[in-house]
Design a protein around this ligand. Structure first.
Ligand SMILES: Cc1cc2nc3c(=O)[nH]c(=O)nc-3n(C[C@H](O)[C@H](O)[C@H](O)COP(=O)(O)OP(=O)(O)OC[C@H]3O[C@@H](n4cnc5c(N)ncnc54)[C@H](O)[C@@H]3O)c2cc1C
Length: 386
């Protein structure tokens, strides 16, 4: 391909790259978007199973939620959303409890019938009973915040599975607060002004964004395979991992990863009973259940009666996993040491490839929700000159 005919090359067709490409194309710039995967939408990608109509979220559940009017105005140019409101019960000893912890969680766990003020005083007393005033690790911090029973039941095992280590080995800093609501509110995203699931899925949103005469899309293409052919005068927005781009010269930037185990079940069979509970996601609080979350994607399609009525369900169990170099990078481990390594990589990249700008959650070495990826891409594109 003759790369010199493009004004800009965007590596990564996730929400960040797609937003930059769409905005720059709207300014009349010719943009090439490449992605190493065979689909667009990055980690948010979903597609419809033809037989059942279930929208499958390939890399785990994605619920769009934002407080940002500008992001909402922008993204709704490319899709409609349903009015799904996310709630996530957590399962302990076969029983479901609202999560984040609310008044009902507390009353169910303690077998009480407390009102808001009584419950607040009770939790404060439980926390005080611990006697911990200067928590030295995650476990001590958790107990000092909500008391031993709430912490041990709902926070300890889940976090130990997530981090694959004992909570006493984790830093107290990871746990700044444990949200507790002294009300019946069980919305997961309590402050979201807008939330929902795109009616035609995430893949379709990004297809719509990139459907522009100024944008050329090339899938199944790793940047490294074309890098040497790109004239250095052409700006590149790179939404991948900077350590990979520089061949891990300074070491590997650490991440936590995930592994998904999926199966089709019939809701009328004993194996499908969980799906019949009607929740899109259930958190798994117990230590003897090795996965952290179970997903039942059909329950995001709240208005699609045919999808809900048919007996098949696609059930996905999410297991935390160690990240290995070259594997799927999900959650950056943002401690001081890793941030310093990232800063060194950015410096090296700027010296060696001044035409490459890092973008997206991987390029920034940050966890961002979709709305943040779009917000940062909108802001970047507004001032970016090519
Ligand atoms: C398990 C999980 C659940 C999540 N759930 C939610 C949620 O419910 N709501 C929410 O708002 N957010 C959620 N997120 C966050 C969401 O996935 C991200 O905000 C979003 O994916 C960020 O988009 P991005 O474009 O920055 O990165 P990505 O989506 O990761 O896109 C980067 C793209 O770049 C491509 N790429 C990378 N390197 C190269 C290379 N060298 N060559 C070619 N292509 C390359 C990748 O293949 C990928 O397609 C979740 C994240 C995880 C991990």
């Amino acid at each position: 391909m003759d790369y010199s005919k493009f004004d800009l090359i965007v590596v990564g067709a996730g929400f960040y790259g797609a937003t930059v490409a769409e905005r720059m194309a709207s300014k009349g710039k010719k943009v090439l978007v490449i992605d190493r995967r065979n689909h667009v939408a990055g980690n948010a990608y979903s597609y419809r199973d033809e037989a059942t109509g279930i929208e499958i979220h390939k890399y785990g559940s994605h619920i769009f939620h934002t407080e940002d009017d500008g992001v909402w105005e922008y993204i709704t140019k490319f899709t409609d959303f349903n009015d799904y409101i996310h709630t996530v019960p957590t399962r302990h000893d076969g029983k479901l409890y609202p999560m984040p912890i609310n008044l009902d969680t507390i009353n169910l766990l303690y077998g009480t019938n407390m009102g808001p003020e009584e419950a607040e005083a009770f939790v404060a007393e439980e926390a005080k009973k611990s006697g911990i005033t200067d928590p030295k690790n995650f476990e001590e911090k958790g107990i000092s915040l909500v008391g031993k029973k709430l912490y041990t039941t709902f926070i300890k095992n889940y976090s130990e599975k997530q981090w694959s280590t004992s909570a006493t080995n984790l830093s107290a800093e990871i746990l700044s607060r444990i949200p507790v609501r002294y009300s019946h509110d069980d919305r997961y995203f309590m402050t979201a002004k807008y939330q929902g699931i795109p009616v035609d899925g995430y893949g379709k949103i990004v297809e719509n964004m990139l459907n522009n005469e100024n944008i050329t899309l090339q899938l199944s293409t790793a940047f490294v395979s074309i890098m040497d052919e790109i004239p250095t005068s052409i700006p590149v927005v790179y939404c991948g991992q900077v350590d990979e781009l520089l061949d891990y010269e300074l070491g590997v930037l650490p991440y936590r990863s995930l592994r998904f185990e999926a199966e089709w079940v019939d809701e009328n069979s004993p194996e499908g009973a969980d799906s019949k509970l009607g929740h899109a996601v259930i958190n798994e609080a117990d230590a003897d259940v090795q996965y952290t979350r179970t997903h039942f994607y059909k329950y995001y399609q709240i208005h699609e009666k045919e999808v809900l009525a048919q007996p098949k369900s696609y059930v996905v169990r999410e297991y935390p996993a160690d990240f290995v170099r070259g594997g799927d990078a999900y959650y950056p481990i943002n401690n001081k040491e890793n941030e310093a390594l990232y800063a060194k990589y950015v410096k090296l990249l700027n010296e060696r490839y001044p035409n490459i700008t890092l973008g997206g959650r991987l390029g920034a070495y940050k966890y961002w929700d979709m709305d943040k990826a779009i917000r940062f891409a909108l802001d970047f594109s507004e001032s970016f000159e090519v």
